[in-house]
Design a binder for this molecule. Structure first.
Ligand code: FPP
Length: 272
């Protein structure tokens, strides 16, 4: 949990995580506290989405993954699900030109075939538009579940074995990771969750094996650039060992798992 001191600004952030993943939680509670509809809470979350994308680009973070709609979110009321689907489509349409001009490369993670047709069409267009961009890699998880992603990867590998393209011995952590929706991206270095819940909610289950986790009570619509920087600073102060024992001389852990970085390598910053 963060220490609640967010009056900080840093212009010299070094040793950035390459990949930050975020569980954007708390829109509903934010709205309820103000007597507004849950859908209004999601609407207010758009501003925070823009803030974290802009800040990530500015700070040189290479990959940003946002959890927008989980495979379990279909269990919400029809009104809320409809509102969310419409909002995701509107947010995408409203922001895609600017994202593309800022060289953002967009990818969507999840079982997209189950999404409404107009949303799918919008997302297909947006992905195609940013396909050749080489800046921030923005992955947005929609109708995403970590377990179903793993099942889909198993199916893909089984099909390749059946087709004679791969032998069972060639199924390794590397070929498995290459069969996930997130293929090509390093594992998240930092997982942020807003809204205070201490769980991973079926998000990137394979990929977060060694991620550093940072949870804040702050609800998503209130999550600001300063909160984001506080999370990054907390990450930078941590030693990442990937299962090795701490080295008394401060040397790095050996052989981090594929796709993972060794450690933040940062001396702890004094809290401000
Ligand atoms: C969780 O709050 C938030 C969501 C399920 C949706 C967030 C989606 C957006 C802000 C739109 C993003 C769109 C794009 C294209 C990136 P919650 O309802 O679970 O809040 P609660 O825990 O307070 O109930």
């Amino acid at each position: 949990m963060d220490n609640g001191s967010h009056e900080r600004e840093s212009t010299q952030l070094e040793r950035m995580p390459r990949h930050v993943a975020i569980i954007m939680d708390g829109n509903g509670r934010w709205a309820q506290q103000r007597g507004l509809s849950r859908t209004e809470g999601h609407r207010r979350g758009e501003r925070t989405v823009r803030t974290v994308i802009e800040t990530s680009g500015e700070l040189g973070i290479e990959h940003l993954t946002l959890f927008a709609f989980s495979a379990e979110n279909w269990r919400r009321s029809q009104d809320e699900v409809g509102g969310l689907m419409g909002l995701i489509e509107v947010v995408a349409r409203r922001n895609i030109r600017e994202l593309s001009q800022n060289n953002v490369h967009l990818r969507i993670l999840g079982r997209l075939e189950q999404l409404p047709r107009s949303l799918r069409r919008e997302l297909d267009r947006d992905v195609a538009l940013t396909h050749a961009n080489s800046g921030l890699h923005l992955d947005v998880a929609i109708n995403y579940g970590g377990r179903s992603e793993i099942v889909d990867a198993c199916r893909r590998l089984a099909e390749r074995v059946q087709a004679g393209e791969l032998t069972p011995d060639e199924i390794t952590e590397t070929t498995f990771a290459e069969s996930l929706y997130t293929h090509g991206a390093p594992d998240p270095d930092l997982l942020i969750r807003t809204g205070g819940e201490m769980r991973v909610s079926n998000f990137l289950l394979w990929q977060i094996a060694y991620s550093e986790i940072w949870v804040t009570e702050t609800l998503w619509p209130d999550f600001s650039r300063e909160h984001f920087i506080a999370a990054l600073e907390s990450y930078q102060a941590r030693e990442r060992r990937f299962g090795a024992t701490p080295d008394p001389n401060g040397a790095q852990a050996d052989a981090p798992p594929r796709g993972a970085r060794r450690r933040a390598e940062a001396p702890a910053r004094s809290p401000r």
